[in-house]
Design a protein. Structure first.
Length: 214
């Protein structure tokens, strides 16, 4: 549900099934609506000061409870806790070509935190730049660079005996249409502590994303 009393402001909320499928089913992940699954609740408020600009904050929460990663009750069972958190989003058009308004450079920053009791990551953030139409002859292509980091919670590191505090990734990608039905996006990533494995402290990854519209 979304409420937008003014073009520059909005408030929206979503309610989703907590477990959308059975990952333990080797033959598929069919949607299941069970009473014990709980629900994911999200509410977000945002400000849209200009085209291609946005500032928003949001809150999320699961209705069901999860095992604490470390704390035990008097019977030796994991303490049951809520899983919840908040996030912040900022996006802004930093430059626009005067003769081709569709060509522009946009910057973004996103960060989020959670309770740190029930999930591996307690905080994460990402920032980057996206050029729409880096080359004048191809105004619909996109080129982007970004950096992101996920911080492991203190409880997760203590429970797993893992001393890695965070994962970090730098990425560069170019997205362009080959024809009316095929789009290619080659990318390169430089990862630090990939998979929270100290032996993979510095690794390069190259890849190619494909989009087909038939």
């Amino acid at each position: 549900m979304k409420w937008q009393p003014d073009p520059a402001w909005y408030l929206q909320a979503a309610l989703l099934d907590g477990v959308p499928g059975d990952l333990g089913n080797a033959k598929g992940t069919h949607v299941q609506l069970n009473s014990g699954d709980g629900a994911l609740q999200i509410i977000e408020g945002g400000w849209l000061p200009a085209p291609d600009s946005k500032v928003a904050i949001g809150l999320w929460r699961y209705t069901t409870r999860f095992d604490d990663l470390l704390d035990l009750d008097g019977s030796g069972n994991p303490v049951q806790r809520r899983s919840q958190g908040s996030y912040f989003i900022a996006e802004h058009a930093l430059w626009r070509a005067p003769d081709q308004p569709e060509r522009k450079m946009r910057g973004f920053f996103r960060t989020g935190i959670n309770d740190g009791d029930t999930t591996q990551f307690s905080q994460a953030w990402s920032a980057g730049l996206v050029w729409d139409g880096l080359f004048a002859a191809r105004p619909e292509d996109q080129f982007g660079v970004s950096i992101s980091q996920e911080h492991n919670s203190d409880k997760w590191r203590a429970a797993n005996g893992n001393g890695v505090h965070h994962e970090r990734a730098w990425e560069m990608a170019y997205r362009g249409a080959v024809n009316s039905w095929l789009t290619l996006e080659p990318f390169a990533q430089y990862l630090v502590n990939h998979g929270n494995d100290p032996t993979q402290n510095r690794t390069w990854w190259l890849g190619l994303r494909l989009e087909c519209s038939l």
